[in-house]
Each structure stands twice: as structure tokens, then as C-alpha cells.
Design a protein around this ligand. Structure first.
Ligand code: AP5
Length: 207
């Protein structure tokens, strides 16, 4: 199965991906995570993309698409978390890959901002927590790998605002694009994590 997950920043893409990839044995491909890994490793690619990510902007299409296409070309079962984010990326992907389903997580900006402000991310494995809704068992420590929990650099309120502006301008047209192709399933992402996951699972099983 070839699955795409789209939704505004903080809508729970990463959280839903964690379980979907386990239950349906899909490879998790998150350009955001891959790029953050490059930044942590201090590679030249990391240095190049950091400036865009820190400003809340999209990284140039050719950089992200090259990374994603190298992976998708060699796999049949994957979940793309946060790719494509523009029509240009969608068109590039369609040249080499036939997508089965696109899940869209629908959430108001207000709730998404609240979720992002409480997010803690493991600096080692990237697992996402929330101070109130999905707290770790031990404060500041990842349940999965005992890594240190940190706040992401793009979590500052002014950067979050810019990420939303970019999402509305560049990513919202994708909803229409995939609707026209009959691939889109929209999910109400305002419930608890198990409620949202149940809706996502149902949508994948129906496909
Ligand atoms: P990326 O890392 O993909 O960030 P994003 O899309 O902005 O999304 P987030 O990771 O902030 O949120 P999420 O939807 O995954 O929600 P989460 O599960 O964490 O991208 C970062 C940057 O990389 C981009 O800005 C761009 O620069 C670059 N980039 C990435 N892809 C690119 C592309 N294709 N092209 C160009 N550039 C690209 O949940 C949020 C919080 O809520 C967490 O704390 C979580 O624990 C909590 N939570 C989740 N679900 C629930 C729930 N149901 N109830 C309560 N709390 C919940």
C-alpha cells in the first residue's frame, strides 16, 4: 500500500503515522524527520535546510523530492508523512509512483497551535509527546528509547504562524487535487489520539 498523510502543522500526522506504520507494516517516510536528522548530524545538507526550517518555510522542492523519490522508488509499502506539500511535489511524485490513498487530517488552527505548544520530541528517535495529552512516563525522558525530550526549533509561536501561512498557501490546494482523483479520505482529527487513530485505521481498511 502507498499512503499519503496530509494535514496542517500539529494536526497529528507524526502521531497517527507511528501506529499506522506498525499495524499495516508500512515504511514511515517523513521528510521533516529526515531533514532534522541531517541537522543533528551537522551535514552540509543539514546546514543548508536549517535556514528554511527555522523560518517555518518549505525546503526547496528539489532537495526534498530527491530524498523522497530515492526511497519510494525501491519500496511498495510506505506512508508518506508530510510529502507532497505542494502541487509541484505531487506532480513529480505521480511521474514515478501510483498512490492508493490520501488521508487528510482536519483540525482547526487554534487546536493545532495548542497541540504544538505542548509538544515534546525525543531528540534521539523523534517520537512525539504532549505535556498534557500524551505525557511521557518519566518527565523529560522518552518511553521508547530513554532519549532526551526537547522542544523543536520550529515550535516558537511566530514560526508556527508562518508554517500555517505556508500550509494554507501551498498545501491546501492538494486537498482539491486528490479529491478530484478520488483518492482523498478526510478525517476529523480533533478527538483523542485513540479516536483519531480509529478513524484513520478504518479509512485504510476500507481502501
Ligand atoms: P514536519 O516535521 O513534517 O512538520 P509539520 O508538517 O509542520 O507537522 P508537525 O510535525 O509540526 O506536526 P504533526 O502533524 O506531525 O503533529 P504531531 O503528531 O507532532 O516538517 C517540518 C519542516 O520540514 C517544514 O516546516 C519544512 O520546512 C520541512 N519539510 C517537511 N516536509 C517538506 C516537504 N514535503 N517539502 C518541503 N519542506 C518540507 O502532533 C502535534 C502534537 O499534538 C504532539 O505533541 C502530539 O503528542 C499531540 N497530539 C497528536 N495527536 C493528538 C490528539 N489526537 N489529541 C491531543 N494531542 C495530540
Amino acid at each position: 500500500m502507498k499512503l499519503i498523510l496530509i494535514g496542517p502543522p500539529g494536526s497529528g500526522k507524526g502521531t497517527v503515522s507511528e501506529r499506522l506504520t506498525k499495524d499495516f507494516k508500512l515504511m514511515h517516510i517523513s521528510p521533516g524527520e529526515l531533514l532534522r536528522e541531517e541537522i543533528t548530524k551537522g551535514t552540509s545538507l543539514g546546514t543548508e535546510v536549517k535556514q528554511y526550517m527555522d523560518r517555518g518555510e518549505l525546503v526547496p522542492c528539489c532537495i526534498v523530492s530527491e530524498i523522497v523519490h530515492l526511497i519510494t522508488l525501491n519500496h511498495d509499502n510506505f506512508l508518506l508523512d508530510g510529502y507532497p506539500r505542494t502541487l509541484e511535489q505531487a506532480n513529480l511524485l505521480e511521474k514515478t509512483t501510483e498512490i492508493d490513498l490520501v488521508l487528510s487530517l482536519d483540525l482547526s488552527e487554534e487546536t493545532a497551535v495548542e497541540r504544538i505548544s505542548g509538544r515534546l520530541t525525543c531528540e534521539k528517535c523523534g517520537f512525539s509527546y504532549h505535556l498534557e495529552y500524551i505525557p511521557p512516563k518519566n518527565a523529560g525522558i522518552c518511553d521508547q528509547c530513554s532519549g532526551k525530550l526537547i522542544q523543536r526549533a520550529d515550535q516558537k509561536p511566530e514560526i508556527v504562524k508562518e508554517r500555517f501561512r505556508v500550509y494554507k498557501e501551498q498545501s491546501l490546494p492538494l486537498i482539491n487535487h486528490y479529491q478530484k482523483k478520488g483518492l482523498l479520505r478526510s478525517i476529523d482529527a480533533s478527538g483523542t489520539p485513540p479516536e483519531v487513530y480509529a478513524l484513520a485505521k478504518q479509512a485504510v481498511e476500507k481502501d
